[in-house]
Design a binder for this molecule. Structure first.
Ligand code: SF4
Length: 237
């Protein structure tokens, strides 16, 4: 593969033709923040946190999908870029519970987020979904990064249990016909939990511990749930 030469933050860089600005910058030691991007997933430019300013281009461009070009001049920390990132983080902060998202919290500190920027914003507060023995779904913590949907589909598992549900503010990750997870095509591989950046998907045992249950209580709960399941299968009550 041939190389192109470009400038990122004043640094002259040679990068393989076709790689993204995000990858070229990383190779040169320049960190561009991301939320929806994950190495194991197809980049989709959903969160827009990785936007950069490219000379002679009117709009900020998402570094995770835009490829490098010969002679490109890129600014990753211009005032415009910083303002855009700060606003995205402030919007997320105003509507989503980010308590279990340490990377996003670090980004908020780095970009001096004003936690009161949108005081009248409505918070997303759907109830926790605890419908299977393996993991819980707390979409009050979901930033709609799409990673879980991608690993459940073509990026890894080819199970297609998850998808987007609803529109606009009501958009959330859902399953077909709103079924409990055991009634869907989910195989409980755990890959969605592994890529979730915010704790919206969490192993059930971890969640129960956080709820104040002791390991013994969790063991007993799991046993009684299993017994109930067996009775149901056997036609009992
Ligand atoms: S549940 Fe997690 S991985 Fe899935 S979209 Fe929400 S934040 Fe992303």
């Amino acid at each position: 593969m041939s190389n192109v030469t470009l400038t990122i933050d004043g640094k002259l860089i040679a990068a393989p033709d076709g790689v993204t600005i995000l990858k070229a910058a990383a190779t040169a030691g320049i960190d561009i923040p991301t939320i929806c991007y994950h190495e194991a997933c197809t980049a989709n430019a959903l969160c827009r946190l990785c936007v950069v300013e490219i000379e002679k281009q009117r709009l900020l461009q998402p570094a995770c999908v835009v490829p490098v070009r010969e002679g490109m001049v890129v600014q990753t920390r211009s005032a415009r870029v910083e303002r855009s990132r700060r606003t995205i983080l402030e919007m997320l902060d105003s509507a989503v519970d980010l308590a279990d998202a340490p990377e996003i919290q670090a980004q908020m500190a780095e970009y001096s987020v004003d936690h009161d920027r949108f005081p009248d914003a409505e918070r997303r507060e759907p109830p926790v979904i605890d419908d299977n023995p393996m993991y819980v779904r707390d979409y009050a913590k979901c930033v709609l990064c799409w990673r879980c949907v991608q690993v459940c589909a073509e990026d890894a598992q080819y199970t297609f249990a998850l998808s987007f549900d609803g529109r606009g503010f009501e958009t959330q990750i859902g399953v077909f016909f709103d079924q409990p997870m055991p009634e869907t095509s989910c195989v409980f591989c755990g890959q969605c939990v592994g890529v979730c950046p915010t704790g919206a998907l969490k192993p059930r045992r971890e969640w129960l511990l956080e709820q104040g249950k002791t390991p013994e209580e969790i063991m007993e709960l799991t046993r009684s749930e299993r017994r109930g399941k067996k009775r149901k299968k056997g036609g009992g009550d």
